[in-house]
Ligand binder design. Structure first.
Ligand code: SF4
Length: 287
């Protein structure tokens, strides 16, 4: 357990880290990692960084860190000692527990929808949040939008079981409303940890909410789509030094495509970009 800080110091530290995150700096290294207490990491003045070495990464993935999550950035995660991604995901799920960290826990959720798929997937899809079907079944993308996502995956020449699918928030927002900023900020660190242990080559953000949360870019879909971003999950680090992050692509959410099928061609272009990067070929029509 980190030592308790008084409110003033805690807020000042949160402000300083938020400032660094806005600059794209989110990795902090201690010179004496095993023995240094959190309070020692932060000089009393909070103005000096002499005990920290900071590295800027070329990444657009800089999620906001709120006061409550501030130590989640600095504290080693339980999954970091896990032998494989299956065990690591299990530890993250255990850490999440019967989560009450944000208000979505008391707004009618039936269950937490953690994520599903191949723990060693090269390709991850990240949506916004569970809907009614997902809330009932405990699995992301199982309703009509899920069927369409399955078809999209199949068109890429792979199977649903080959990829990993998750959402920015793990509890259903009431009435399928868009998850709010504080809910995304509270829940997304768990998604970041999932990504860090799965180590995909490509993450596909489904829809603007997912894209904006993963990339911390506030831009319309027309600007977000059509390119790859260098992505490192913020606040979570892979234990595999050979994994230098993923490429992140943005495409339309399947629920949006159900409402506006004319955009399916555009989504297919996004997926073709991903297929080319991963060396995937669409199945022959007879398959
Ligand atoms: S949405 Fe995420 S942070 Fe909020 S209660 Fe559910 S699991 Fe916890």
């Amino acid at each position: 357990m980190p030592p308790a800080l008084d409110d003033h110091l805690r807020r000042a530290l949160a402000d300083r880290l938020r400032y660094y995150h806005e600059l794209g700096i989110y990795d902090f290294y201690r010179r004496e990692p095993a023995a240094v207490a959190v309070s020692e990491l932060v000089p009393a003045s909070i103005q000096s960084e002499t005990r920290e070495e900071m590295a800027a990464r070329k990444s657009a993935a800089v999620a906001a860190v709120d006061d409550e999550n501030i130590f989640a950035v600095l504290t080693p995660k339980p999954e970091q000692g896990a032998a494989d991604p299956v065990a690591a995901l299990k530890l993250i799920r255990e850490d999440l527990g019967d989560c009450t960290r944000c208000k979505l826990h008391k707004q009618g959720r039936k269950q937490i929808v953690f994520g599903v798929g191949n723990p060693r997937a090269e390709l991850m899809f990240v949506g916004e949040g569970p809907g009614a079907d997902e809330d009932t079944q405990g699995e992301p993308f199982v309703g009509r939008a899920g069927q369409l996502l399955n078809n999209m995956i199949k068109a890429m020449g792979i199977r649903r079981e080959d990829v990993y699918i998750a959402n920015v928030v793990k509890c259903r927002p009431p009435g399928n409303r868009t998850p709010e900023r504080d809910e995304c900020d509270t829940c997304s660190p768990f998604l970041m940890r999932q990504i860090a242990v799965i180590k995909p080559k490509v993450v596909v953000a489904l829809g603007a909410v997912s894209a904006k949360n993963l990339l911390a870019i506030n831009a319309p879909m027309s600007e977000l789509r059509g390119c790859f971003y260098d992505f490192l999950p913020s606040g979570a680090r892979s234990t595999d030094p050979s994994w230098q992050g993923a490429k992140l692509a943005v495409t339309y959410h399947p629920a949006f495509l159900l409402r506006d099928p004319r955009q399916k061609g555009e989504a297919w272009k996004d997926l073709q970009m991903v297929m080319k990067y991963l060396g995937l070929k669409p199945p022959k029509s007879s398959e």
